[in-house]
Design a protein. Structure first.
Length: 78
């Protein structure tokens, strides 16, 4: 992996500041992985909510259409 190569290079005198950079990159990578997992979990939750909404809508729309038809057939209120 790239970080392993960097760690090998940091042992050489010419690369003394490399350790800080590698640690910063590793920290950013770890944060990115955590945020990715969190976002995936939130997307899963949103998808499940969407499925439940669509299922409820599938049963509600025919009921609403039927109710509107019945209301349209009622005589006007005086």
């Amino acid at each position: 992996m790239l970080l392993d190569k960097g760690r090998e290079m940091e042992k050489k005198p010419a690369y003394t500041g490399l350790r800080k950079d590698l640690d910063r990159i590793q920290t950013q990578w770890d944060k990115l992985k955590r945020e990715t997992v969190d976002r995936q979990n939130r997307l899963q939750t949103a998808m499940e909510h969407s499925r439940k909404y669509n299922k409820a809508q599938e049963s509600f729309l025919p009921w609403l259409s039927d109710a509107e038809d019945r209301l349209a057939k009622l005589p006007p209120v005086a």
